[in-house]
Design a binder for this molecule. Sequence first.
Ligand code: ASP
Ligand code: MG
Length: 405
Amino acid sequence: MRQVVVHKYGGTSVASPARIKRVCRRIASVARNHPVVVVVSAMGHTTDRLIELARKVSPAPPARELDALTANGETITAPLVAMCLQALGVPAISLTGLQAGVRTSGHHSKARIMGIETQRIKAELDAGRVCVVAGFQGFTESMEITTLGRGGSDTTAVALAAVLGARVCEIYTDVDGIYSADPRVVVRPRKIEYISYEEMLELAAVGARVMHPRAVEIGELYGVDVHVRSSFKKGTGTMIVAQVPMEDRNRVRGVAHESNVAKITVRGVPDKPGVAAALFEPLGAASISVDVIVQNVGVTGATDITFTVAEDELPQAVALVQRANREIGANEVLSSGGLAKLSIVGTGMLGTPGIAARMFKTLAEQKINIEMISTSEIRITCLVDRARAEDGVRALHTAFDLDQQ
Ligand code: ASP
Ligand code: MG
């Protein structure tokens, strides 16, 4: 079969009938020469509206029903796009996640794609039809409907590109690429032409909202390059690839910030094996991701553990930690919100000493206090007061020569 082309269109690109028509004209021109799979998101802010609706009838909507509800956003877009294509004379068919064979784990609202049964899509492509697949949704072994987490249509698209053997997955969005920092925060952001999967993953994990992290992981795993570009502007965007050109390798590539951060401190934890596991297992079981973790050196048989969670998951996390705490016999659980993470990312860090020092000094000059620090090989993250986060981003962007000349 000829190279399959996979396009994904995000919510803003399909927010209105006029935008759907415009997207379909682009698809029509590609479909003349290639088999095309199009993955679509829910129109505009549909997903947010559905979640609001759920909260109006239930204080804590059960995850299963919430998925059954929110999956409908994408289920609406796909047939609209398919019928619009047909009206333009392009043979097309819409497919739900189930029809497209997207099998997932059972973690509602955070499901992972376990595999894609491609027979149906392949048959449709062979018959010369464009497949318009509802992103974000899948189904479990027991035929439950799941969703992949906010922004999860990206993941549907890259996973489909992987199983269909596409070299590139084109992610059409409302921005024309990945920037060195949030363009709403810094004055002269730089558009990144090439970024490695690794760097993108780190950036996405610490607040750069452009791509769903799982999508990048799948791209890396299966060698699918991801092209993030604008559906409104012509021209190329950012390519997420395995190897970036030489001149980009030796530097910090981006500054990211994430505001929805809270911390939990467990004081007087007995300093013995199994305690950290006892604390974190219940959080994992409840699908609460724990982030920056710091454990102090034990003094007189006890230690303190501090970690961060998303602020909107704080109440649930505190309740779980308090319960675990009663079992392990720690002293007390403290928690506070109002924090933000500031991170710098770049594979260049690997061979360049002094980057951490420059980051800390830059924040010190801004009189921004660092509450916690965590690092990976290519990232340094500082936890700071949320009110100062944007000042920090601007200062770091300048300090690491990222301002567009
Ligand atoms: N509609 C979902 C969301 O708003 C998934 C997506 O857009 O990728 O998060
Ligand atoms: Mg998105």
